[in-house]
Design a protein around this ligand. Sequence first.
Ligand SMILES: Cc1cc2nc3c(=O)[nH]c(=O)nc-3n(C[C@H](O)[C@H](O)[C@H](O)COP(=O)(O)OP(=O)(O)OC[C@H]3O[C@@H](n4cnc5c(N)ncnc54)[C@H](O)[C@@H]3O)c2cc1C
Length: 388
Amino acid sequence: MPTRAQLSQVDEEQLLATIDRWLEKDIRPVVKTFDHEDAYPAAIVAQMKELGLFGATIAQEFGGLGLPATTYAKLVMRIASVWMAITGIFNSHLMLALAIEKFGTKRQQQAWLPRLASGDVRGGLALTEPDAGTDLQGIRMTARRDGGDYVINGTKTWISNGIEGSCFAILVKTDPNAQPRHKGMSLFIAPKQKGFRVGRKLEKLGYNCIDSAELILQDYRIPADHLIGEVEGKGFYQATGGLELGRINVAARGVGMAEGALRLATEYAQLRRTFGKPICEHQAIQLKLGEMVTRAQAARLLTLAAAEAFDRGERCDLEAGTAKFFSSEAALENSTEALRIHGAYGYSKEYDIERFYRDAPLTCIGEGTNEMQRIIIAKQWIKRNPVS
Ligand SMILES: Cc1cc2nc3c(=O)[nH]c(=O)nc-3n(C[C@H](O)[C@H](O)[C@H](O)COP(=O)(O)OP(=O)(O)OC[C@H]3O[C@@H](n4cnc5c(N)ncnc54)[C@H](O)[C@@H]3O)c2cc1C
């Protein structure tokens, strides 16, 4: 794994200050309206393009910002502390870019990465199917070689940016009978064109505004040079090869949400008075706040430790796994506790905390459910600590 150069402290502070200004001026005032209307935030996406977010982790030689994972994680934390859903618009897109940058041929990198970095082409990663999520090797979408082309058939579901995006990395079976199953899997760069249609927009509990959709491919024909790396049978490895950075990114979303919920609870607990004093002076509320502060701080430390290991070029599946697991649970618990601290107003759509409460569970599902995460952590842990 290559190492990633750190930004100077000044450069990093400048970048994060720009993000903070954008969040306060253009995002915080409109988030509630957008979220309740569940409308695609096209004007905000245009600003994200200007800020370079669609190229955040793409190397500078391809027109991206080439950010190290540590700076990227801090950036995601800040945005998620205000509105987590919009981080999905560029994070899922960057998973597509990562697959091409890490496993694509030189020609594929040059053809796609500059357009992805600028945000002119936007998309995501399409792995999940109606009958296969955690068990990815059980997918049914197939690609059949036909002369110089492949013909793809099947359905993907829950694909982020599915409606607004124009290009996806799509996981398929090129040999449905292969054993072990992963040896028959391949990953394709699939732009929207004839044979590729959006099934339906999926209605969700939260994570509004970002489009989650079914993608249906029917006799979808693409040239063979769209096979990532131009070698069949590597798709499972390529699709999961971005998981470390993917998990650091979800962990960072969790940190942002845990901190954002804490901030809302901290303000409210000082303003709301019962029995003649602010509720933050009641011990029951102090116990909640004490746990929330600890969870938010621990989540931040775990996530930055994973990002630092990633930037040093170390294998960090255990670190990314613990960070993702802990931070997403911290997001969920802090959102729930903050909602309770708000009393009835936590249940009101007039306050922001109800959005955190609806959005947080997604962080426990995406990039590997937390059930699987614990199993992966345990397996890695045993591997690293063999009895001699
Ligand atoms: C808002 C949203 C956005 C998404 N975006 C994308 C996207 O952009 N691209 C994409 O490809 N997918 C996306 N997904 C799909 C997501 O990755 C899957 O939902 C996830 O992988 C879980 O798969 P599943 O829903 O099929 O659950 P299942 O695999 O059916 O699992 C159901 C339950 O069983 C548990 N479980 C399953 N197997 C085991 C096991 N072996 N041991 C222990 N527990 C197990 C799971 O943890 C879970 O609790 C998105 C999902 C959501 C909700």
